[in-house]
Design a binder for this molecule. Structure first.
Ligand code: ATP
Ligand code: MG
Length: 324
């Protein structure tokens, strides 16, 4: 079991609404509604807990509507180290219609001021030197709130790396590009996020591999690329590996990427052989798409899903990111 800290800088409450058909400009009657604590770091924490780890969650939460988060953290038995800021955490609406169409309406999030940012940095500095609480890895997942720039994220990554902490980052756009310059231990872009960083469309498996090798040569120790049903590409000092998940009926892909990040970190921290690390993580992320929410390692057919996942070693990778 490892101690892991997840940071969600811009969490949200997900307001899920299901109805027959959305009538724009009309009064609509819902079939069902849910208000759930969400955010990528919170999802990563859920999976890590299921895989047996000791997890602390932090980031920023609006003080006025943190109830659903408090209940979720209590149910998960994770340590709540979120910094409370004045106001409310944003509420993202997800409108699901009977025909399967889903409309997302996302808010930008509450603005974080310098004082709140400094509180988080001070708390992280103290954690890094606390012998009883120092994490074995830090995961930074999701978008940045207003007030926090990509440069702030890069400085945060550099600060944690200077404290000798492994840092895994899952974000997109300018935030991802800035974080990569600070040499995080791992990143997990999907195809679109990687294409934006590489400034080139990644239409073929070869193009994806070339971009992953570039990430590795750039100083990212674990370059993880996810490509939905086309699986996962992993470039590290262990070589270049590829995994193809089994075909499954998709109910919701939300949380698949978070499941993959958490399960890869689990395997790497546990020191498992690379083939096993990638097989479990790919199968668990695939498991997550069959239902709403993150992957469930206790699903009765999870051993079969792992067997049906195809894992292949592509080749050795040298320090410069070239295939041997
Ligand atoms: N349709 C699918 N069938 C099987 N496995 C899937 C499917 N979609 C996703 N996965 C699994 O989940 C992993 C992550 O999915 P994806 O590439 O969509 O991540 P993402 O875009 O980062 O998702 P997120 O919305 O969580 O950020 C994939 O690499 C794959 O292993
Ligand atoms: Mg993602």
């Amino acid at each position: 079991m490892a101690r892991v800290l997840t940071l969600t800088l811009n969490p949200a409450l997900d307001f899920s609404i299901s109805l027959d058909r959305l009538q724009l400009g009309e009064v609509n009657r819902t079939r069902e509604t849910h208000l759930d604590a969400a955010g990528k770091g919170v999802n990563v924490a859920r999976v890590l807990v299921e895989l047996g780890h000791d997890v602390c969650v932090s980031g920023f939460l609006g003080a006025d509507n943190d109830g659903p988060f408090l209940r979720a953290f209590e149910a998960l038995a994770v340590e709540d180290a979120f910094i409370r800021v004045p106001g409310e955490t944003r509420i993202n609406a997800k409108v699901a219609e009977a025909d399967g169409r889903v409309t997302d309406i996302n808010g930008p999030g509450a603005s974080i001021d310098d004082a709140a940012w400094q509180r988080l940095l001070d708390w992280l500095d103290a954690r890094a030197v606390d012998p009883r609480k120092r994490p074995e890895a830090v995961v930074i997942a999701g978008s940045l709130p207003p007030g926090i720039s990509p440069e702030d994220l890069a400085a945060l990554v550099a600060r944690l790396r200077a404290a000798d902490l492994p840092v895994w980052v899952d974000t997109s756009g300018e935030a991802l590009a800035a974080a990569i310059e600070a040499h995080p231990s791992a990143v997990k872009p999907n195809e679109q996020e990687l294409a934006a960083w590489a400034c080139t469309p990644l239409t073929s498996a070869d193009a994806r591999l070339a971009a992953a090798l570039r990430l590795y040569a750039h100083g990212v120790e674990e370059a993880l690329i996810s490509a939905g049903p086309a699986g996962v590409l992993w470039v590290s000092r262990r070589g270049a590996w590829q995994a193809l998940p089994p075909r499954l009926d998709v109910a919701s892909t939300v949380g698949a990427g978070d499941t993959l990040v958490a399960a890869m970190l689990h395997g790497v921290l546990s020191g498992h052989p690379p083939e096993q690390v990638l097989r479990l993580a790919t199968a668990l992320s695939a498991e997550s798409v069959r239902h709403v929410g993150v992957g469930d390692p206790r699903a009765s057919d999870f051993p079969q899903l792992q067997q049906q996942t195809r894992v292949r070693r592509l080749n050795d990778v040298d320090a410069g990111g070239a295939l041997a």
